[in-house]
Design a protein around this ligand. Structure first.
Ligand SMILES: Cc1cc2nc3c(=O)[nH]c(=O)nc-3n(C[C@H](O)[C@H](O)[C@H](O)COP(=O)(O)O)c2cc1C
Length: 210
């Protein structure tokens, strides 16, 4: 049994941990990483994010909870000219979806070259409606794992929405099966600057104990 402090400094309480494998003050460390993660696009475009790091982040993502063990996460990592191909595929998906917004289409063509690495994360489809939705939940939880891993390594990250969530051109380029939903276009890079400090509203929680 390990005892760790939980909560803000003025609200410390002791919780008995059931695992001996965690380092002392694991919660404090986790909390620091969680609160330190910021959506940040200020990165060095020319400093690569290694494939090993990308693999580590994807493996972290796969430790997210997943109902029915459907293992729904799908990953495709883009760097170099691959980022240009990703932009073109997304632009073609916008056009196929009926967009005639030339400004937006042109922007999508070049947007992924702003960072050295873009990790596209998809959620596999499921015939069962509930599992289909829960797959997406699991993938989102996985993305957060990856973002926290990136933060812990000193990487900047940015979770952005795909231009078309099920665009056929992007799915094909990624090697994802038809019906996969694109849950995150994750920008990764080494930071050159900080964003604004993070903030969250005060906690509100309804405690029902009897
Ligand atoms: C599912 C999801 C999709 C997002 N898509 C975008 C996006 O398309 N563009 C964007 O600027 N930010 C996007 N964000 C990032 C949020 O804007 C960001 O998390 C929010 O501003 C809070 O900032 P923080 O991450 O630094 O706490 C997305 C976040 C989530 C969870």
């Amino acid at each position: 049994m390990t005892s760790v402090g939980v909560g803000r400094a003025r609200q410390w309480q002791t919780v008995e941990m059931s695992s001996d494998s965690l380092p002392a003050d694991a919660f404090g460390t986790l909390r620091a990483i969680v609160e330190d993660r910021r959506t940040n696009m200020l990165v060095d475009r020319d400093r690569e994010v290694s494939e090993d790091i990308v693999r580590d982040l994807c493996e972290l993502a796969m430790w997210a909870p997943n109902h029915k063990r459907t293992w729904p996460w799908r990953f495709a990592a883009f760097s170099g000219d691959g980022r240009v191909r990703l932009g073109e595929a997304c632009a073609q998906d916008l056009i196929a979806a009926g967009s005639d917004d030339e400004f937006k289409i042109q922007k999508v063509r070049s947007k992924y070259t702003r960072v050295p690495c873009v990790l596209v994360v998809g959620s596999a489809p499921d015939d069962h409606a509930t599992f289909h939705d829960e797959n997406r939940d699991a993938v989102s939880a996985g993305i957060q794992n990856a973002l926290l891993g990136a933060t812990s390594l000193g990487l900047a990250s940015f979770w952005s929405t795909a231009p078309v969530i099920d665009g056929a051109h992007t799915l094909e380029l990624c090697g994802f099966e038809s019906g996969t939903r694109l849950i995150g276009m994750i920008y990764l890079g080494w930071p050159t600057g900080d964003t604004l400090p993070g903030m969250r509203p005060d906690l509100e929680i309804n405690i029902i104990s009897s």
